[in-house]
Unconditional design. Sequence first.
Length: 327
Amino acid sequence: MSESESLQLVIPPHLAGQRLDQALAELVPDYSRSRLQQWIKSGRITVNGEKLRPRDKLRGNEVVLIEVEHEPQTSWQAENVPIDIVYEDEAIIIINKPAGLVVHPGTGNQSGTLVNGLLYHDEKLIEVPRSGIVHRLDKDTTGLLVVARTMAAHTQLVEHLQARDVKREYEAIAIGTMTAGGTVDEPMGRHPTQRTRMAVLVSGGKTAITHYRVKQRFRAHTHIQVNLETGRTHQIRVHMAHIRHPLVGDQVYGGRLRLPPKSSEALIDSLRSFPRQALHAARLGFVHPLTQEEMEWSVPLPQDMQNLLQVLKQDNQHYQEEYDDYP
């Protein structure tokens, strides 16, 4: 059986002037633009209580009501996939995702995903949109994500994300020495010719804002803390590459392997063998959808990133001992 819910949104000022269907595609990315257009035409979506057309322009601050009917994802099967559960109650599950675990089933990944494991853990998640996952992590990014166990929790968490009220703090290891932290405020969208990649776009991109600060500098790398205001696909990876500090191990946006001059053998081996982008979702916080309490979780860096940081520290020491020109 299908279940329905009412989702209420307020159009943020930065979307003023956008078409209704375009704005909703950004605000509720769980649903395709074509589906949203169908709901607008059928009257399932109203703006300030009125029915509009998909192409009608918005002024900002309108109240949008969406009557959503969800069909269970019957094609997604439960599997005994190991899941590291940090916290759970009747409304939410907090997961510490390992590297290599795909979040949603898709082409080439119909089984062995986080969703398959979640359905095994709680079969009722099949009744919740996208099995309760309201934000995702890339396959090779580690760390925290939240799963909603009920329709009500899902609705509230989506609203928190849209209002930018969810704290998402990452740690990463970037190539190059950063002199200070900063903010990257550059719109993003699909790469115009390579559709599996994202890119900073001069026009037509969606708002994307990334804040970063330096945790520790090495002679050719920087350990950074990153906080997201928005949650675009590959946002941290694209923004860091845009400012010419791509993440270690990022084979999509990082370009060819760069070895610092006079590197120790241990550093050369570590950089050549690092299997993924050095990115970890370390901290997650939001207002609990049931209790309305502010809650926060954190998990330590995975072992591969800890090992790389240790090698970078040792390389600094090696360079300082061997070469007089070390600053």
